[in-house]
Design a protein around this ligand. Structure first.
Ligand SMILES: C[S@@+](CC[C@H](N)C(=O)[O-])C[C@H]1O[C@@H](n2cnc3c(N)ncnc32)[C@H](O)[C@@H]1O
Length: 297
């Protein structure tokens, strides 16, 4: 029998080391996913530590509820964007917390779901929303946006050098028929990019898919928003741990930590996965953990 896909939490020991959860502490997990990191935070802060777990994906939250059932009464599940943290905490009667973890991006559950359009393999609807309540799908965006806007998205969020060519082909293709599926987009990218520019190690459409996903979910805006306010809701001495998976995110985290006078760097350089973790979980290869502490203790 085949087992269900699991999501292995990345840099788990490192997160627990730096976040240093303690009995009685209150922690925010901004990316609950399947609850892997939260389970470890709850175990390390037993018997009285608590977690407020955010995820805007209904399915992830449902799975996390099952996976964290053993910690009943110690976890609050919140289906909101983590960028709205400063509104959610007061509504929960919380002023400040003892630490924050962000483990950005997609879970394996989302990537493997055949109906959500995150993967360029097969034929899936061009959706790419992590939060099904948000108004615009990848298809909506591809059929609506002007050629320049599309080129900017591919270039800025995908660092795709063939952005203009691809945007022109998207606009051309959608004149003939509306774009609805991932295989249509893959074909457009394959036709737009001359063979000599096809990357050797990744699929030719990888960067375009990354760019669209970032745009549809406003991933960089959300990250910037939460990073700008962290020092307001984490207690002095509390730690902020952020795991990112591509250079655009990592750059934002690095700058936000350096430029915020209320924060002190805990890790001078990004922490990366050890070889044995990469072997067991290839997703951890691109993970970069940065940690800061709120000054004042
Ligand atoms: C990499 S997974 C987290 C995995 C988790 N740490 C674990 O151990 O199972 C990222 C999760 O964050 C959620 N997510 C991404 N951006 C979000 C945001 N702005 N607000 C709330 N949830 C978000 C995704 O839906 C996804 O489930």
């Amino acid at each position: 029998m085949q087992s269900k896909p699991v999501h292995l939490p990345v840099l788990l020991d490192e997160v627990i080391h730096y976040l240093a959860p303690r009995d009685g502490g209150l922690y925010v997990d901004g990316n609950l996913g399947l609850g892997g990191h939260s389970a470890a935070i709850l175990a390390a802060s037993s018997p009285g530590g608590r977690v407020i777990g955010f995820d805007w994906d209904e399915e992830a939250l449902a799975r996390a509820r099952v996976n964290l059932a053993g910690y009943q009464g110690r976890v609050e599940f919140v289906r909101r964007n983590f960028a709205e943290l400063s509104e959610v905490l007061p509504a929960l009667g919380v002023d400040r917390v003892d630490g924050l973890l962000l483990d950005l991006g997609l879970s394996s559950l989302q990537l493997d779901a055949s109906s959500r359009g995150f993967s360029f393999q097969g034929c899936q609807p061009l959706d790419m929303r992590m939060d099904s309540r948000s108004p615009e799908t990848a298809a909506d965006l591809l059929n609506r946006a002007g050629e320049q806007e599309l080129a900017d998205i591919f270039y800025l969020y995908g660092e795709e050098r063939q952005a203009r060519r691809i945007a022109a082909q998207v606009v051309d293709a959608r004149k003939k028929s509306e774009l609805t599926s991932t295989d249509q987009l893959v074909k457009i990218v394959e036709n737009a990019v001359p063979r000599r520019f096809w990357p050797k190690k990744i699929h030719v459409a990888t960067k375009v898919f990354q760019a669209l996903r970032i745009a549809v979910n406003r991933e960089l805006d959300n990250l910037q928003q939460i990073l700008a306010s962290v020092a307001d809701f984490v207690k002095p001495g509390g730690r902020i741990c952020v795991i990112s998976f591509h250079s655009l995110e990592d750059r934002l985290v690095k700058r936000a930590f350096r430029n915020n006078p209320a924060l002190e760097l805990v890790t001078a350089k990004a922490v990366t996965a050890a070889d044995n973790e990469i072997l067991a979980n290839p997703r951890s290869r691109s993970a970069r953990l940065r940690v800061a502490a709120v000054r004042g203790e």
